[in-house]
Design a protein around this ligand. Structure first.
Ligand code: PGA
Length: 256
């Protein structure tokens, strides 16, 4: 049984000093977790400071994006081997802000997934529909297309390095969390697509306005393998509450 993943995506919010402070506040909780993996993704400039604070604590450090090549003329990008060398164990890939604000294509997202896993990182592939797509009844086709674009061919050999994060775009940072039936339906659908692509079961996180108030309901969905948390991960007390909620609920969960 895989532990529940509670991943904080700090986005472009904290300086290195602020990130180190937050990491220090989270540190005492890390050693108390039995059923939960704590993951944090600070900004690139804060990775070093956070790594210094975390030391050998059982917290996974990750990046919010990564390139696919080891090196080259890619101004502004960071390579997966550089991140791995730095102590990162995962990278977010295809986050909705990358897809929608920075217009990253499916092709780019797919390359980033492959680059991450090829260099020893776990890729957290973020997928999700916009409000317009949901209202047009296109949620399933969008999720299927996003999964098929990235999970092809020999990537199956690196399946243990893949995590999916289902994040409806309309729920990210809006305070509008998806309903439990919406989450359950999307997660089952994602499992069926992943299976159809002949991948083993992958952990599927939910993301989008997760807070201590809604997390236990979200975790009651058996296919939810954890959460990718933005806003609430910037507040140590709230993030610790999420971790505690996970600890309380995560026994015998039916996640891959
Ligand atoms: P949110 O962000 O929790 O602030 O909605 C989630 C995410 O962007 O991963």
């Amino acid at each position: 049984m895989r532990k529940t993943i509670v991943a904080g995506n700090w986005k472009m919010n904290l300086t290195a000093a602020e990130s180190a402070r937050l990491a220090r506040e989270l540190l005492p909780v890390a050693a108390t977790l039995n059923k939960t993996e704590m993951w944090v993704a600070p900004s690139f400039t804060a990775l070093w400071a956070v790594k210094e604070v975390l030391g050998t604590a059982p917290v996974s450090l990750g990046a919010q994006n990564c390139h696919w090549e080891e090196r080259g003329a890619y101004t502004g990008e960071t390579s997966p081997s550089m991140l791995h060398e730095f102590g990162c164990s995962f990278a977010l890939v295809g986050h909705s802000e990358r897809r929608h604000v920075f217009k990253e294509s499916e092709e780019l997202v797919s390359k980033r997934v492959r680059g991450a896993v090829a260099h020893g990182l776990t890729a957290v592939l973020c997928i999700g529909e916009t409000l317009a797509e949901r209202e047009a009844g296109e949620t399933e086709s969008v999720l299927a297309q996003q999964l098929k674009a990235s999970l092809g061919g020999d990537l199956v050999r690196s399946a243990e390095k893949l995590v999916i994060a289902y994040e409806p775009v309309w729920a990210i940072g809006t305070g509008k969390v998806a309903s439990i039936p919406e989450i359950a339906h999307a997660h089952s659908f994602i499992h069926s697509v992943v299976e159809g692509l002949e991948f083993p079961q992958l952990p599927i996180l939910y993301g989008g306005s997760v807070t201590p108030d809604n997390f236990s309901d979200i975790l009651s969905v058996p296919t939810v393998g954890g959460a990718l948390v933005g806003g609430a991960s910037l507040d140590a007390a709230k993030f610790i509450q999420l971790l505690r909620t996970s600890e309380g609920i995560s026994e015998n969960r039916a996640v891959a």
